[in-house]
Design a protein around this ligand. Structure first.
Ligand code: FAD
Ligand code: SF4
Length: 516
């Protein structure tokens, strides 16, 4: 054998760089389902189902294309596995096949890249890791962009990519519509009637492969979080393309306007649910962005929605990947605010009287999904203001979400949401009182707590911990220009000694309850 081409679970793209100049006569493909990837943090059942089913379908696609694929399935009996990590399984096959060289596309996880590179080095095996063409911006391009800049700002990075790739531009340098963003048209909440149009989330029938994996999960990973009942995601490229078309046709027109809105028992609203499909590369970011831009050009979707969607994919998605690779491995250890609490048990069970948190957790447990505002302004908000360890919050996220891959999860969790990086991804901590949640959802009207109260039995814990967070982290935050207003408010509260003491007492009581 000349080359053994390694394909990981998030690399399901036959046109990836690993296949450049490959020859079906001399080269083979290697894929492995390994225990470690599902248990190093106990993965949500739907996360395991999505990855394994998509991998098994991809294997068939490659074989139908003429490839020889050496594929390791997890067995229902762990003692029948050929190893528990990539490196262990690979090592056995190296003895079997003795390829001249290993070839792969850049992994999405620093830990995996290190493990494979170290293994190859230690055993004197030639390993070629090729740049990942899936992204608009390569790791090298991002590092060059970041070099010499004091701080990295999403907004400027995004504008540069818009110009470089001529997306939503006119005359080469002016943004279409005369503005780089349309946030003033977005961020609407629903009226008391809820979402203005009936949303029927697209779902996909499970085939025999997905059923087979479900049975494996229920026997081998039955204690893992989540449920398989509501699994409806695509696991093939064809179905992923159908999901993209459905989003562009049925949801994109209202995506921007209601991007930040939340509503009881509506996990998806006008969001695309494309993240997991993009992250395992069943879809490319270019085809998603192009489909949205075409909808704008044909008059089928308004500019505020299309720009909002393009910003998420061309802007945020590329930006966080750049930040991840530019700052790893130190990034994973950052804890700017020195927060150390363990996550309260409702992060695993969803059992809490906080209506917003309970709703968000139901989405996570039932679908391995919650949309951005649930992640940032409900679950992330309460973890941050409670004082959770940012790395633990990241580990929890990696476990619970179908779309979690280290390069995208870590900067969003530890960085944007928990401010662990001290302002590399976002310029200020994302925390708010219950007031924000009341404005953006219908959760507070059905809640046993009152969103305006910060002390006493009925105080909203989101509100109590917001004030406690500012109080605890005063010295770290007081010089942040974007925190001027909240700092002024906590100064005022500190002046009202009794009110301040009542808030601190309530925070202490809640902390004791949540720790027990
Ligand atoms: P939509 O709202 O329809 O957005 C469209 C697409 O834009 C998404 O599919 C996604 O690919 C991209 N996108 C949007 N925001 C971001 C962002 N901040 N970073 C990267 N891509 C973005 N996204 C992940 O893919 N994996 C993660 O592990 C992940 N962890 C997150 C953790 C926290 C605490 C937060 C606040 C956000 C996280 N995100 C993550 C980003 C974002 O919340 C999800 O991409 C989005 O909710 C997925 O749902 P959707 O496909 O319906 O997205
Ligand atoms: Fe959440 Fe507080 Fe509103 Fe209850 S009152 S739903 S806890 S924000």
């Amino acid at each position: 054998m000349r080359n053994l081409i390694l394909v990981l679970g998030d690399q399901l793209d036959p046109s990836s760089s690993a296949f450049d100049n490959a020859d079906q006569e001399q080269d083979s493909v290697w894929m492995a389902e390994v225990d470690e990837e599902n248990t190093y943090i106990p993965a949500h059942k739907q996360r395991i189902l999505f990855f394994l089913s998509a991998m098994r379908h991809f294997r068939i696609e490659l074989e139908n294309d003429g490839w020889t694929v050496h594929y390791h399935k997890l067995s229902s009996n762990p003692s029948h596995d050929r190893g528990s990590s990539f490196v262990e399984v690979l090592d056995r096959d190296m003895n079997r096949f003795s390829p001249e060289r290993l070839i792969m596309t850049e992994p999405g996880d620093y830990r995996v890249e290190q493990a494979i590179s170290n293994y190859a080095k230690k055993n004197n095996i030639e390993l070629e890791i090729r740049a990942d063409r899936h992204f608009y911006c390569s790791r090298r391009e991002f590092s060059e962009y970041a070099k010499g800049r004091k701080s990295l700002m999403l907004e400027y990075f995004y504008r540069e990519l818009r110009k470089r790739h001529q997306i939503l531009m006119e005359d080469g340098k002016t943004p279409i519509g005369g503005s780089w963003n349309f946030d003033h048209d977005n961020r609407e909440s629903f009226s008391s009637d809820g979402p203005p149009s009936k949303i029927r989330p697209m779902s996909f029938q499970r085939d025999t492969i997905t059923e087979e994996v479900s049975i494996l999960i229920e026997s081998r990973f039955r204690d893992h979080p989540g449920t398989l009942d509501s699994f409806v995601l695509p696991v093939t490229r064809g179905d992923a393309q159908r999901m993209l078309s459905h989003f562009v046709r049925d949801l994109l027109p209202l995506f921007g306007t209601y991007e930040d809105a939340m509503w009881s028992d509506e996990p998806f609203l006008y969001h695309s649910r494309l993240s997991a499909l993009l992250n395992v590369k069943l879809l490319s970011p270019q085809e998603c962005v192009n489909a949205a831009v075409e909808a704008y050009q044909s008059g089928d979707a308004p500019l505020n929605s299309v720009e909002g969607f393009v910003r998420q994919i061309l802007g945020w998605r590329e930006f966080v990947r750049g930040v991840y690779w530019h700052h790893m491995p130190d990034y994973a250890e950052m804890n700017h605010l020195k927060q150390t609490e363990s996550l309260p048990s409702f992060f695993w069970t969803g059992e809490t009287e906080m209506n917003c948190v309970r709703n968000s957790m139901q989405h996570v447990l039932q679908h391995g999904y919650a949309h951005h505002i649930h992640r940032l302004m409900v679950l992330g908000n309460i973890a941050l203001s409670y004082g959770a360890d940012p790395k633990e919050f990241h580990d929890w996220h990696m476990s619970m979400y179908v779309d979690a891959i280290d390069w995208v999860s870590l900067p969003n969790t530890l960085g944007m949401s928990q401010f662990g990086d001290g302002g590399i991804v976002g310029t200020k901590p994302y925390c708010s009182t219950g007031n924000y949640i009341n404005k953006m959802s219908n959760f507070c009207s059905d809640c046993r707590y009152y969103y305006k109260e910060k002390s006493g039995e009925n105080a909203c814990p989101i509100t109590t911990f917001y004030w406690d967070f500012l109080d605890r982290n005063y010295d770290q935050l007081k010089d942040n220009r974007r925190m001027t207003f909240p700092i002024k408010n906590i100064d005022n509260l500190r002046d009202k000694k009794e009110e301040h003491a009542d808030m601190k007492l309530r925070a202490h009581e809640l902390r004791e309850q949540w720790k027990s």
